[in-house]
Write a protein that binds this ligand. Structure first.
Ligand SMILES: [Fe+2]
Length: 255
């Protein structure tokens, strides 16, 4: 089963809205065109937060791009989202916001790590209980998704704005041996490591990227990207990042 992950789309209500030099709408459209072409048999799209850039009219734009999808579009909020506005605009299939979703032998658990008034994230006790309960009730291979990174990733400034209550998070994850991966957005760069048997995966934005291993805020000149997964019935994960060249993006924007 194949899955696409797109993240940190940072849309505005206005089609020409730019963030850090990138027109987020045309950049996203270019990324998904590449994804749909390379992975036409995907089973779902996973969107790991910051759908909009502090602009609730961006959700209408998001709906105009994904609303006709025949496959589920599984969304979680990031620090630039407004969960109420998101639920209001994306209130029917193909969209699902948070909750969990099962396809074949795999279960996707979408967590809300939004912490009001903070750039970093936190998981409420209710959200941690839901995670534990969902994992207890289902023997399927689990892929846990949240916006904020639950591990240090090598950049001081990003480490300061990750998930705050990582100890509590990992206590739940460690109690369930069928969690195969934890997947996030927020960091605008790739990350791929293991914590024991659990794969840890960060994914670049569909727009501008951050420079890995930088002490302070720093923009990378790498192009927009998405992640694709192949999830096997035995729990094995094949995954990689697909970078989408800015040349192609410019061509697409000119159409
Ligand atoms: Fe974020």
């Amino acid at each position: 089963m194949k899955i696409l992950q797109i993240t940190d789309t940072h849309l505005f209500g206005h089609v020409a809205g730019r963030l850090r030099g990138v027109e987020t709408d045309s950049s996203l459209r270019n990324v998904i065109e590449d994804a749909y072409t390379r992975v036409p048999d995907y089973a779902a799209i996973l969107v790991t937060g910051d759908l909009v850039q502090d602009d609730n009219s961006g959700y209408l734009r998001f709906r105009s791009i994904f609303g006709t999808s025949l496959k589920p579009v599984l969304c979680i909020p990031g620090n630039h989202d407004d969960l109420d506005a998101m639920r209001l605009e994306l209130n029917a299939p193909p969209f699902q916001i948070c909750g969990d979703h099962k396809i074949d032998d795999w279960q996707f658990i979408m967590l809300d790590s939004y912490h009001p008034g903070h750039v970093g994230g936190t998981l409420t006790s209710g959200e941690l209980d839901r995670l534990d309960r969902t994992l207890r009730d289902s023997p399927a291979h689990a892929l846990v998704c949240l916006h904020h990174h639950p591990v240090a990733i090598g950049s001081q400034w990003l480490n300061n704005i990750g998930l705050s209550n990582t100890t509590e998070f990992w206590r739940v994850i460690d109690a369930h041996s069928h969690v195969r991966a934890v997947v996030w957005g927020h960091v605008h760069q790739p990350y791929d490591a293991y914590r024991g048997a659990v794969r840890l995966l960060g994914t670049p934005s569909t727009g501008a990227q951050f420079l890995p291993q930088s002490h302070g805020f720093s923009i990378d000149n790498r192009p927009p990207a998405y992640r694709f997964f192949e999830l096997h019935p035995n729990g094995k994960i094949d995954t990689d990042i697909q970078w989408v060249s800015s040349l192609a993006a410019a061509r697409f924007a000119a159409l």
